[in-house]
Design a protein around this ligand. Sequence first.
Ligand SMILES: *Cc1c(COP(=O)(O)O)cnc(C)c1O
Length: 514
Amino acid sequence: MTVEPPDTDPLDALIARRGEAALETLAALRASDPPTTGGRVLSYVYDSGVEGVDRLAVRAAGLAHGVNGLDPTVFGSVARIHGGIVNRVRTILGGDAGDGPGSDDDEVHGVVTSGGTESCVLACLAAREVSGRAPGSGGTIVAPVTVHAAFRKAAHILGMRFVGVEVDPDTGRVAGEDLLAAVGHDTCLVVCSASSYPTGVIDPVEQVAAGLDAHHDPRIGLHVDACLGGLVLPFWPGGVGSTWDLRVRRVTSISADLHKYGFAPKGTSVLLSRGRARHRASWFSTVDWPGYPVVNPALSGSKPLEPAAAAWAVLEALGDDGQSELVARTARATGRLVEGLAGIEGLRVIDSDPGPLIAVVADGSVGDARRVHPHLWADECGRRGIAVQAQPAYRQERGALPSSSHLTITPVTERLTDEILDVARAAAEEVRGLPDPTPPAAFADVLAALEAGALSPGDLLALPEDDVHAMVSGVLADDDGDDGGMAALLAAIERLPAEVGARLVRAYLAAVME
Ligand SMILES: *Cc1c(COP(=O)(O)O)cnc(C)c1O
């Protein structure tokens, strides 16, 4: 009797056949997604425009396949790949010893995470631990209201309190004094963005650092959320200065996403922290269970090496010169689009800091008949094949940040600026002078009852989940017919109290996924 060689294992053939069918299904599903490359989707995706970058990432991920990133003592490649990423990003962000007045305490360490949200949550956890506060004891995270939602999420998860500081409604800028004035004895962490996702503003890091230094407990952290800007601002042509990175000595941590302007596939970000104590404060370890000793520097246990390996390979391949060239393309595209969009009657471009983000709002200086609502415009651009992202108005006591639409510019955009501007102009023609979008009909009764005071936000929050589901399913069903688009949904969000809006969008996504 001979033993069957493994390649004739009948299971192999079975899996190959079914696998092919699954891959065909996957390809068909992907074909109906918006394109992740090519530059027609101006949020969510960051396309270098260089095919070789994506091919390299896929190959590197293939080589890393199967590794469990949980344990670098077993899989030594994990420590080396993560270390390589940390070293490179630390250099880019001015965190190398010698870049500042160094002592051992000052040394910058880092952890590779699955994304910006995880990096931000870990920064908040470290801040809570360094301040010696228990969850639920009132420790605050102080940040401009324009900071990424990840910090509200961190507060929610970690038993901390988010204190949002209002910004100038016209410019989106926070005053450093206002931010500092919100710092109190409960504060664990102050956060600045470089850049802020919704506005593109770079917050006044240096001023905040100086104020903290002069007047506050040195244990209070100062985190710079450079998830978006970390790998693009340092290479911006003409420079944006280094007044926001680790060269500012009072900055205690900084986050940067490789899966944004590192042009890597989704799943890699870095949190850099000053000093070993803060770096290790967000780790979790235990030997108090019958299994293996657990040490988790980030939130997950078992984790892939694939995304980090891909990100590392792309960093290595690009180098400073490659990264500079890609950012130069991004900057040229941004400049042309800002100029072109500013020329469209009825729209106004928020004039933010250097960087790859553009926000457009309705031009308040023209009459209603000439005004372009940014959400109607966004929906219309989408119908014409260019996806821009609608952002709801944000209520503040000192005046609301208006409804806006967001564009993330990437290197590939440079090839498309004319096409994008043609679409932008045609879309503006189409919707100029139209009345503001109205909420979906399915919400009309609820909104009317809320506005008349017949229903309170509390009543809505107390509704059983199944009732909320039924309401939202109605909107999804309507969507197939006379499509109010995202503009209608955002119109509802803008009229609802934020907690109710949050419940609605949760129900909306859940219904989409059911
Ligand atoms: C993208 C982003 C985040 C969150 O990152 P994810 O990778 O989406 O989790 C945080 N802050 C800023 C400024 C961002 O742009």
